[in-house]
Design a binder for this molecule. Structure first.
Ligand code: HEC
Ligand code: HEC
Ligand code: HEC
Ligand code: HEC
Ligand code: HEC
Ligand code: HEC
Ligand code: HEC
Ligand code: HEC
Length: 196
């Protein structure tokens, strides 16, 4: 008859012996004041999640009593939509930092929209302008092919004999701090910079 009280025993809670909740300090007590999740569960996230998404310690906006890892949340309420390959990435992969399978750090409100927070900038900063990353001018979240890039939108149109030239004949390997990368930015686009 527990489900006639204001606190229904569902999922994980229905497998918990009565005494875990009702036998405290060597005596039975059936009057329990406070049946919000935080009355019994510590706020695991502390200050990692901003108040916009976590008002009044309300766990139920994301969690149920099934398991803590089964989370429901409409990510479109943030400025970062989960598209392409990101759709199948688990929340914890982006929001927790693990060391030996233990969560050592949570990142929620501390994240911004920059791809390089989680992915290597293989271009070594060539496509960062005034601190803004331009990754999405060329890439989508489906793969790292430069799908959105059109060479003819640059200052240098690829036509005539150049159409048969391999990218890497013009875009040479460069090194910076011991890391090699392809030099895509070419300052001097005059014929004479490549041809005698
Ligand atoms: C996960 C914790 C939890 C478990 C497990 C649990 N209860 Fe409860 N129980 C509560 C809470 C919280 C309330 C207070 C509900 C409310 O505010 O109406 C409650 C209320 C009650 C009440 C009503 C008290 C009253 O004055 O109305 C009884 C009786 C009770 N529980 C018996 C049991 C029995 C028997 C079991 C095992 C079959 C059990 N409970 C298992 C948390 C639990
Ligand atoms: C009256 C105390 C009480 C309240 C209120 C309560 N819980 Fe629990 N809950 C427990 C206890 C006790 C356990 C078993 C021990 C443990 O895992 O902490 C448990 C276990 C769980 C588990 C399973 C944990 C696991 O390791 O599998 C989940 C999930 C959970 N609770 C979610 C919630 C959510 C969500 C709320 C709010 C809707 C809530 N609980 C409210 C007492 C409570
Ligand atoms: C805005 C959404 C949100 C709210 C609100 C929220 N959580 Fe979470 N919580 C998450 C996400 C995301 C995870 C990671 C789930 C996963 O493993 O992929 C998580 C995981 C957890 C875990 C499991 C950690 C582990 O060891 O894997 C616990 C415990 C937890 N939350 C407790 C709480 C409690 C208690 C509250 C309320 C005080 C709460 N959460 C409120 C989003 C939320
Ligand atoms: C591919 C990575 C990725 C995945 C997967 C992901 N998130 Fe996020 N999440 C982000 C980024 C990036 C932001 C920051 C957006 C911003 O700055 O507005 C964010 C923001 C959030 C915020 C807002 C935090 C705050 O305090 O402002 C919440 C809550 C959140 N995510 C919950 C979740 C939950 C729940 C899941 C699983 C269903 C999830 N996220 C999956 C990358 C991810
Ligand atoms: C908060 C962390 C986070 C941010 C921010 C983020 N990603 Fe991801 N992304 C991931 C994770 C985790 C995966 C899945 C594991 C992996 O493949 O690296 C992933 C996967 C991908 C993949 C699939 C890779 C593959 O090999 O299949 C692409 C493409 C991608 N992200 C593009 C982007 C782009 C573009 C941005 C910026 C708009 C971005 N990501 C921002 C965490 C993030
Ligand atoms: C102007 C277009 C452009 C921009 C902007 C851009 N990229 Fe690229 N990216 C490329 C091209 C071209 C390649 C090479 C594809 C190939 O080798 O087939 C590439 C390849 C990649 C690869 C795959 C490397 C590999 O070895 O497979 C990653 C990862 C990547 N870019 C990340 C980023 C990130 C992160 C940003 C933002 C900081 C970014 N890119 C911005 C054009 C761009
Ligand atoms: C014949 C020489 C040549 C070939 C072949 C060539 N490029 Fe370029 N590329 C250039 C020059 C010159 C620029 C500089 C144009 C500019 O700054 O607007 C450039 C610029 C770029 C940029 C940077 C655009 C930006 O926003 O700064 C990328 C990315 C790029 N090329 C990718 C490629 C890829 C991928 C290929 C092969 C499919 C390729 N290029 C083939 C000469 C070439
Ligand atoms: C960023 C370097 C670069 C720039 C700038 C450049 N080219 Fe080229 N061009 C190449 C490369 C590499 C090849 C292929 C190798 C070769 O034939 O030298 C090539 C091939 C050619 C060929 C074919 C040569 C042959 O023997 O078949 C012609 C013609 C040509 N370029 C003309 C031009 C003209 C005209 C300009 C200025 C509008 C120009 N190129 C600017 C790199 C460049």
């Amino acid at each position: 008859m527990h489900n006639e009280t204001d606190f229904k025993l569902t999922f994980a809670h229905s497998a918990i012996p009565c005494n875990v909740c009702h036998f405290k300090e060597q005596k039975w007590s059936f009057k329990i004041s406070g049946n919000k999740c935080v009355s019994c569960h510590a706020n695991f996230h502390e200050n990692a999640i901003s108040n916009n998404f976590f008002d009044e310690n309300n766990c139920e906006s994301c969690h149920s009593t099934k398991t803590w890892t089964n989370v429901t949340f409409d990510h479109n309420k943030t400025k970062f939509q989960l598209t392409g390959k990101h759709e199948n990435v688990s929340c914890s992969n982006c929001h927790f930092v693990f060391e030996n399978n233990t969560i050592i750090k949570q990142k929620f409100s501390s994240l911004n929209l920059n791809c390089s927070q989680c992915h290597d900038d293989v271009h070594q900063g060539q496509f960062i302008e005034n601190d803004k990353e331009l990754c999405e001018n060329c890439h989508t979240t489906n793969n790292w092919q430069p799908t959105l890039f059109d060479h003819n939108q640059t200052m240098f149109i690829i036509d005539g004999a150049h159409q048969k030239v391999d990218c890497f004949e013009c875009h040479k390997t460069n090194t910076k701090n011991g890391i090699s990368f392809v030099q895509y930015k070419i300052e001097d686009i005059r014929c004479i910079s490549c041809h005698s």
